[in-house]
Design a protein around this ligand. Sequence first.
Ligand code: GDP
Length: 313
Amino acid sequence: MQTDSRIYVAGHNGLVGSTICRRLSSEGYQNLIVRDHSQLDLCNEIAVNDFFAETKPEYVFLAAAVVGGIHANDTRPVEFLRDNLLIQTNIIEAAYQTGVKKLAFLGSTCIYPRDCPQPIKEEYLLTGPLEETNQWYAIAKIAGIKLCQAYRKQHGFNAISMMPTNLYGPGDNFDLQSSHVLPALIRKFHEGKVNHSKQVEVWGSGKPFREFLYVEDMAEACCYLMENYNDESIINIGTGQDVSIKALAELIKDIIGYEGNIVFDSSKPDGTPKKVTDVTKIKASGWQSTTSLQAGLEKTYAWYLKNAPKALA
Ligand code: GDP
């Protein structure tokens, strides 16, 4: 990419897309192309084709998707499957048709089989059944990977697929019904502290393990791979380290300074028991994460304190 390349970031209002945009701007890229949902409905094939024909992007970061935590996934399966299939199909086809030089598709580690060996290597894709709570999202993302590979195979289109682990950071979704665990716990412990609550509820047993990647590290990795990775096979973006939900809750409780108790709500699902990526491949390609969980949490909580009224409005 040159600093004057036309770069379309699909999903620029989301956690991932907004961070990629900030990173590109800070690196001097001046020709970022973005569209709000009100300006462009990515589920509408004709609108997407017109947009690409008109703006002629050279590089595309495909970070637009219907996303959400365990509850949202489980209760809004149509959007997670149908809308994501449409969004990625429309963008990949239009990008190919209009001569985009390279497209980077963002997936997720929920594409991997529920009970696959840990840490998760890229080759475990499609070797076993998926976790049920997020199968809708996973199937859509697997179709996106295959679509990238199909366009490469049939048309020589340079489309790569990157699989970031659970992300968090400034700009995250703090809505308790649709968010992922980390922002939900920041909000719950913060409100618990402010309201002097005796206890804060954490969903499930606290026993599952998750890996968390600070979103600015992820944006750095995405830009790095856009410049340096040109393979049809998928590549994990993670830290290679995981933590139990219980330990995460205790860490967030300490950072926020909440003094009450943690209680586990076993009526809520645990989801996958353990999910941590093998990052050998991305490390070998020359990138590794640098932000510790503690440091990332402190930055995210500082952002929340500054932005919570607006973020929650
Ligand atoms: P997942 O990684 O796809 O399972 O998505 P989540 O980030 O939503 O959930 C991860 C784990 O955190 C699951 O075991 C949840 O039950 C647990 N968890 C604990 N408290 C919460 C909460 O307040 N919100 C969410 N979304 N998950 C929670």
